[in-house]
Design a protein around this ligand. Structure first.
Ligand SMILES: Cc1cc2nc3c(=O)[nH]c(=O)nc-3n(C[C@H](O)[C@H](O)[C@H](O)COP(=O)(O)OP(=O)(O)OC[C@H]3O[C@@H](n4cnc5c(N)ncnc54)[C@H](O)[C@@H]3O)c2cc1C
Length: 387
C-alpha cells in the first residue's frame, strides 16, 4: 500500500496548482459577478493538457485515469477555482464517449474535449422525476433514419458554453416493448431545443438551465454507442467519474477555505498580543474541519485507485462514500472559515463566504447525501430498499 503519488502525478499537481494560483479566487468571483465564464482559465488548462488527462492518447488526451483528473479538479478548487464543468465534460462526457461511444463519435468529440475547445454537458435530471431516474419522461422515438426527442430537463449546467448536450432519454425496446434508457449527443443549437437560465443562489461563472426538447430531430449517429444496448452501461459509466471528481472539487474547496482561515487566525490579534487562533474555540473547529477534509481526500484516493484498476463495483461504493464525505467536509470547512474570520468572513475581499452557495449545493448535487445514504444502507449494510 502506498499513499504517494507517482512523480508524474506530483508534477501534475504542482503544475495545476501553479496555474490555479495565477488565476485565483478573485478571478473566479469577478467572472461570476460579471456573468462571464472562466474562458481564459479553461483554454489555458486545455492547452496545457489538464482537461484531457483522462482521455486516451489516440484521441489527443494524456492517457491517464480518474486519479489524474481528480488531481486537476482538486488543485483548481484549492486555488479558489472550483470548475463544475470539469465534472460534466471531461469526467462524465469523455468517459462515456471513450468507453461506449462509436469509433466515429470518439474521433469526432474526444480531441476537442481533450484540448478544451469543445464542451459536452450532461442532462439527466427532470422536474418530475428528480432523484428517481426510473421516472424519466424524456422520450426518443424513431423518425425515419433518426430520432425525435421530446421532454424537459432541469438544472443542466453549462448549456450556454457547450457544443453538445448528452441527453438521457428513453426509447421503446422493440423486443420487450418496455422503455429503456439511451443517450443522445444533441447539438445545443438543434432546432426544437430551447433553454431558460435558472436563477441560482450560487456565486459561479457556470450557469444552470431548464431545457425543453420539442420534437428535436437528430440523426441516427446521435445515439451514443453502436446500439440501444449501449444506453444503460454508458449511463453507469459516467457515475463513478462524476462522484470522484465532484468529491475532489469539494476537498479542494475545503482546503482552500481552511488555508484562507488559517492565514487569518494566526495574524489577527484582538486580545493583547495573542492571535485569535491561539484560542481553542477558534483553532479546534478549524482543526476538526481539516481532519474531515483529509479523511475525504483519503477516500477519494481509494475510489480513484479502484476505478482506474477497473474495479468498478468497489469504486462505486468508495466513490459514493468519497462524495458524501467531501460534500460534508467542504460545507463544514467553508462555514467554519467564515465563522473564524468574524465579520471579515462575510466580506467579498476575504473570499470565503463567496463559496457558501457552491458548497451547499455540493450536498445536493450531482447526487444528494440522502441518496448516497440510501445506496450505502442498501448495498453495504444489506438493508431493504425504502423507496
Ligand atoms: C448546482 C447544480 C448543478 C446541477 N447540474 C446538473 C447537470 O449538469 N445535469 C443534471 O442532469 N442535473 C444537474 N443537477 C441536478 C441534481 O443532480 C439534482 O438536483 C439532484 O440529483 C437532486 O434531485 P432533485 O433536485 O430533483 O431533488 P428531489 O429528488 O426532489 O429530492 C428532494 C430532497 O429529497 C431527498 N430525497 C429524494 N428521494 C429520497 C429518498 N428516496 N430517500 C431519502 N431522501 C430522498 C433528496 O435527497 C433531497 O434532499 C444540478 C443541481 C445543482 C444544484
Amino acid at each position: 500500500m502506498t499513499f504517494d503519488l507517482t512523480p508524474e502525478q506530483d508534477q501534475l499537481r504542482d503544475a495545476v496548482r501553479a496555474l490555479g494560483r495565477r488565476y485565483g479566487h478573485s478571478y473566479f468571483v469577478e467572472k461570476a459577478r460579471a456573468g462571464e465564464h472562466t474562458t481564459e482559465l479553461w483554454a489555458e488548462a486545455g492547452r496545457l493538457g489538464y482537461l484531457g488527462v483522462n482521455i486516451p492518447t489516440e484521441y489527443g488526451g494524456g492517457g491517464g485515469g480518474i486519479t489524474e483528473l481528480a488531481i486537476v479538479c482538486e488543485e483548481l478548487a484549492a486555488a479558489g477555482c472550483p470548475l463544475l464543468l470539469l465534472v460534466v465534460s471531461p469526467a462524465i462526457a469523455a468517459t462515456v464517449l471513450a468507453r461506449h461511444g462509436t469509433e466515429e463519435q470518439r474521433k469526432r468529440h474526444l480531441p476537442g474535449l481533450a484540448d478544451g475547445s469543445q464542451k459536452i454537458v450532461f442532462a439527466i435530471t427532470e422536474p418530475e422525476a428528480g432523484s428517481n431516474f426510473h421516472r424519466l419522461g424524456t422520450v426518443a422515438r424513431r423518425d425515419g433514419d433518426g430520432w425525435l426527442l421530446n421532454g424537459r430537463k432541469c438544472y443542466i449546467s453549462g448549456v450556454d458554453e457547450a457544443g453538445h448536450v448528452l441527453v438521457v432519454a428513453r426509447t421503446e425496446d422493440s423486443s420487450t416493448g418496455k422503455l429503456k434508457p439511451a443517450l443522445f449527443l444533441v447539438p445545443t443549437d438543434a432546432a426544437g431545443l430551447t433553454r431558460s437560465k435558472l436563477d441560482m443562489e450560487i456565486l459561479s461563472p457556470e450557469n444552470q438551465f431548464l431545457l425543453y426538447l420539442d420534437d428535436v430531430r437528430v440523426p441516427a449517429d446521435a445515439l451514443l454507442g453502436e446500439s440501444l444496448d449501449a444506453g444503460l452501461p454508458a449511463l453507469f459509466a459516467g457515475l463513478n467519474p462524476e462522484r470522484i471528481t465532484v468529491a475532489a472539487m469539494g476537498a479542494g474547496t475545503g482546503r482552500y477555505a481552511i488555508e484562507r482561515a488559517s492565514e487569518y487566525t494566526v495574524t489577527r490579534k484582538v486580545w493583547g498580543g495573542r492571535s485569535i487562533g491561539s484560542h481553542q474555540g477558534v483553532s479546534h473547529p478549524l482543526a476538526h474541519a481539516a481532519v474531515q477534509v483529509e479523511l475525504a481526500r483519503l477516500m477519494i484516493q481509494k475510489a480513484a485507485t479502484l476505478y482506474d484498476a477497473g474495479r468498478d463495483l468497489e469504486a462505486g461504493v468508495a466513490g459514493n462514500m468519497a462524495k458524501y464525505a467531501a460534500g460534508e467536509a467542504a460545507a463544514l470547512a467553508v462555514d467554519t472559515a467564515v465563522q473564524v474570520l468574524g465579520g471579515a468572513g462575510m466580506t467579498t475581499e476575504y473570499g470565503v463566504a463567496t463559496l457558501l452557495g457552491a458548497v451547499r449545493a455540493g450536498r445536493i448535487a450531482p447526487v444528494s447525501r440522502e441518496m448516497i445514504l440510501n445506496f450505502v444502507a442498501q448495498h453495504v449494510l444489506g438493508q431493504d430498499k425504502s423507496y
